[in-house]
Write a protein of this length. Sequence first.
Length: 670
Amino acid sequence: MKLNPGQNDAVHYVSGPCLVLAGAGSGKTRVIINKIAYLVEKCGYQARHIAAVTFTNKAAREMKERVSQSMGRKQARGLWISTFHTLGLEIVKREHKVLGLKPGFSLFDDQDTFALLKELTQDELDEDKDLIKALAAAISNWKGALVIPQQAIKTAKDEQSILFAHLYQRYAQQMKAYNALDFDDLILIPTLLLRMNEEVRGRWQQRIQYLLVDEYQDTNTSQYELVKLLVGERARFTVVGDDDQSIYSWRGAKPQNLVLLGKDFPKLKLIKLEQNYRSSQRILRCANILIANNPHVYDKSLFSELAYGEPLKVLFAANEEQEAERVVAEIIKHKFMGKTQFGDYAILYRGNHQSRLLERALMTNRIPYKLSGGTSFFARAEIKDIMAYLKLVVNPDDDNALLRVINLPKRGIGPATLERLGNYANDKKISLFAAIFEAELNHYIAPGAMKSLYEFGKFIVDTGEMATRGDPVEAIKVLIRKINYEDYLYETSTSAKAAEMRMKNISELYRWVTEMLQGDELDEPMTLPEVITRLTLRDMMERNNEEEGGDQVQLMTLHASKGLEFPYVFMVGTEERILPHQSSIDEDNVEEERRLAYVGITRAQKELWFMLCRERRQFGETMRCEPSRFLMELPQDDLVWETRKVVQSEQQRVEKGKANIANLREMFKK
DNA sequence: GAACTAGACGTTTTT
DNA sequence: CGTCTAGTTC
């Protein structure tokens, strides 16, 4: 397929900074891929000097695959295609010496951070979950804005900010002591390092000679700063973005960074991609008219040359159960009428909890579906247990990991022993693990407990030796066996079935780790520390999801749908308080919700349905629902609103069908 | 180990 | 209202 003029310009403009304003479905990924190939094949860049950055692992992976397909695996070798966080991790890893980090540092996920903050702030926040979460959010915001603790303390105004700023400082100190980093550090630390250290900066600018950034509207302050530092004076970069699809402001993303770019780089070349290759003209017209209600930095008018297409449908249901059943009924009907597959349908919703009823309806109708997002595999206790062991093996100073597993299985190391160990370590300013091996410790701790501690410490050291000197795969196998984890699961699980499930999860984890240690066609073999940090960044989960990819209806949040496309899309819960969400209405941030609706609409290629309820239960209380204001903003001549009469007859049909099934079941029983 | 109960808690979006 | 947890009972 040939590039259109805009795409062509975007690919071939390589002499300076370039901003590609790419509307939904305008082929931006194609531009990036072609541009990488162009840089390597025609401009003489070596693959290893080009970096492309995305926001999700899924996008990075997809890009990697498409690039190797288009220019050949050999040529693509050495390209840096990763998320911002993975790139940051890479910089931290290679510069750990300058940063004063020991190799094998730990990466804390949100749960680890929460646990640490809880521990750290017992006196101040009294284990108040909401407060700790607020603190975690505040710290994350500070880090995203490149504010270090001292600055936070200086600028804090109200009482709570002052307290939080001091706790931020304490948290940062503690993380340093643990030799641990959190997600935000993966951007913050490289950025500060590059800013302050000219030598390191020069080295990385030499290393990354051309930088491409996808979904640029999602960058926050620290990410933008990192981009600036990496590209330096030469400013050889291309960023691709769409301010209308900026839906992560709550995570610190600043669409204004698109404007700032023009100020920071006066020679910035602006290229617009306005032809949409995805959606019917009707769908696109609706999307355009909706988003015209928002203010715009750059004007952009998307057009499509595809068919005008079917009208968009607005379907009513009495309540949320019927809404879910209705969606399923429509999918079955529609699939029967056209030659479509389940995989052609997507159901999009505002909040994760909305998936529950949809799942139930799909399941009872035996429709295969795939749910993206939701509770992570890595949040499961059994996975966290084994991961904690592995983290500890790699970084014994990770107190968090140590506390999780030191008495798992029971080793006779109780709270009293741990408190004394903790006090000792605190006094000496060493890690818990290091304290175990201090000769003086036996003054404070009973001989029995002392022996257990020492045995535990030795076990971790031995496993570490085996993992580094010998075969890491074997080491993990031995680890799981030696701690009798299977027995532990059967003892602690609420049922034998549950224990089996958990053990299966462990086997799954083991399989992944093994695969990553050994590598495959697309990825080099990794070391154990690399595997652990990767898994903490949730890389594997997404890969696994892709592998399943059968013929399944897709369920996901509107946020998670960004960047994807589907022939037939259902948007459920298009009601006031849901989309736009109540909290956004309260906070006067309806514009972002409108962009979210815009993202949802522009996912659809051929047909689109809006679902809404007349009433909906919330915490046991029944609430009446109003159609979303966004539905009112759409061009009504492109919509078909279902009339009440149809609603009733459709409802009756569904009820009747259900009664029939029930009857059949009864008959079957007898 | 399973099956039950009471009681608290909750719904924004995620790298 | 539904889900999760801790605690109880058999």
